[in-house]
Design a protein around this ligand. Structure first.
Ligand SMILES: [Zn+2]
Length: 516
């Protein structure tokens, strides 16, 4: 279940969900926190929030916070763990839940573009469908603990502004529960054919879209251009558009291949960022910083240590963050190696390894839910951590921290969000954007086997509450106090064994039929 925060919150102790619309003070009690120090992590804590910020974190004392007015709310976490809320740093709002209209035969990228193109052709004809699918994605995401997302909506000849119109509507609908940062995005080529020196109609539509109120970011997929020169020009055009529209957030689907002979386009992004970024200034209330986000980048998996260090030096102090999209990357890449003994390689950015080896922080996100690019997986970013533990072979204490940060703190940094907490445990002054994982006491459990039951808090307000309803036919039976059957030779020794036989009959009662 999911609430948009319009209901009044029941007080502490009620079994019904607590939803606050104007909570000035929120107490989260009886909760575990993700401290790296085990002596702190094993204790229970209380977190006091006022006006949407953390003002106090203290050891839990039972009964300390009894709500005494309607302006005070308490959530008794009953020993669950509190983490920073989750963030979708890269998700497609318009082409989710369309797998039922996409027939997969080869499952490759070309086919995904083709069948998705057919589905997209109907978007402008059925905005209700766009609305209900997008709304479902937002509801499911907030239920999981997501309070902010970068939502890509495609702009091109096929869909026009249909996806954008719906996204703007959903942004307003969900504003209390989740900040939806809209990125207008060219999945299709900006240049119509290889010989074109100037971009075509897709670019003109994108240039119009960036000027719409409510648009926060602009992005493209340069690898779909007919030539490498046009791909580079695509990158430059996107920076130009952002600057023209006073946007300071740019997002590229980049280097989405495993071809060692292909030129990594990340260096073109670095080159254009050096040219345009210094002039970008923040506007109004600083909800977002300037930032450049790079999705996929699977080609970088082939980098040698020397190439990684070279890239690190090239990026320097530029605000660039990579976002690995493991559900899509693993499904789509490496298909040419299907016939090899071990099949396709692990083809998504190694989040814990790159963090440990090169101190490169990489976010992880979902990308798509139920479409031809990513047919499998849910909207839950925490599920990626569980998947990541396997594909990265990463479950040490440091790995767990890095994986958890990749879907919370690092994802928020990747979309240029401000007020990002520094740590996985709350500190005074942090914004009160949290997810409580119920029935889970440790960060390790949260990452390796995340629970269904969750409470989502944004700006100190409970905005979603998800609980399992159980029904089961399993009946717990009492365990019988079985004894070993008496062997026949005990009776042969009756003159000496009779006290034991009497005692056994007295203790065990009537004869038992033992099932082995
Ligand atoms: Zn994407």
């Amino acid at each position: 279940m999911w609430w948009m925060g319009r209901q009044r919150a029941p007080l502490s102790g009620s079994s019904t969900p607590k939803v606050a619309t104007a909570a000035k003070i929120l107490f989260i009690t009886n909760v575990h926190l993700a401290y790296p120090d085990p002596s702190f992590a094993c204790k229970l804590w209380s977190v006091e929030c006022r006006e949407g910020n953390v003002v106090r974190v203290a050891p839990y004392i039972e009964g300390e916070y009894n709500p005494i007015s309607f302006a005070r709310y308490e959530i008794d976490a009953r020993g669950g763990i509190l983490l920073p809320s989750l963030c979708h740093s890269h998700i497609h709002l318009d082409k989710c839940f369309i797998l039922d209209r996409c027939e997969l035969i080869f499952g490759d990228f070309k086919e995904a573009m083709s069948v998705t193109g057919s589905a997209k052709a109907r978007f402008p004809l059925d905005k209700e469908d766009l609305l209900s699918r997008g709304r479902k994605l937002i509801h499911e995401s907030v239920d999981c603990g997501v309070t902010s997302m970068r939502a890509h909506v495609e702009i091109d000849d096929l869909v026009g502004f249909s996806g954008l119109d719906v996204a703007l509507h959903l942004k307003e609908e969900a504003q209390l529960a989740c900040h939806i940062q809209i990125a207008v995005f060219a999945q299709e080529a900006l240049f119509s054919s290889a010989g074109d020196a100037e971009p075509g109609s897709n670019f003109r539509l994108l240039a119009e879209a960036v000027m719409r109120d409510g648009v926060d970011a602009v992005g493209s997929a340069p690898y779909v251009e007919p030539t490498i020169e046009q791909a580079k020009k695509n990158i430059e055009l996107i920076f130009e558009l952002a600057s023209h529209a006073s946007l300071t957030l740019v997002d590229f689907h980049l280097d989405y291949n495993l071809d060692p002979d292909s030129e990594p386009l990340i260096y073109e992004v670095v080159k254009q960022a050096r040219k345009y970024c210094p002039a970008w200034k923040s506007h109004g209330p600083e909800l977002f910083r300037r930032h450049i986000t790079i999705g996929h980048a699977t080609r970088l998996q082939l980098f040698t240590p020397k190439e990684w260090r070279h890239l690190q030096d090239a990026i320097g102090d530029l605000p660039i963050t990579f976002v690995g999209l493991p559900n899509s990357d693993m499904y789509m890449q490496g298909r040419s190696q299907a016939g090899e003994p071990l099949g396709a390689p692990r083809s998504t950015l190694r989040v814990p390894y790159l963090s440990d080896k090169y101190n490169i922080q990489i976010a992880m996100n979902v990308n798509n839910v139920e479409n031809a690019f990513t047919p499998q997986g849910s909207a839950d970013p925490l599920a990626l951590c569980t998947f990541g533990a396997a594909i990265f072979q990463a479950a040490t204490k440091t790995d767990i921290q890095t994986l958890a940060k990749s879907v919370t703190i690092t994802s928020k940094v990747a979309i240029g969000q401000t007020n990002v907490p520094l740590e996985l445990y709350p500190q005074r002054g942090d914004i009160a954007d949290f997810v409580i994982l119920h029935g889970t006491q440790t960060l390790r459990q949260a990452v390796l086997n995340s629970p269904y039951d969750r409470t989502t808090i944004r700006n100190g307000i409970v905005v979603a509450h998800r609980r399992t309803r159980r029904w089961t036919a399993i009946k717990e039976l009492p365990v019988s106090n079985t004894v070993d059957p008496i062997s026949w030779w005990w009776y042969l020794l009756f003159p000496v064994s009779w006290p034991f036989l009497l005692l056994d009959n007295w203790a065990s009662g009537p004869p038992k039929f033992l099932i082995s």
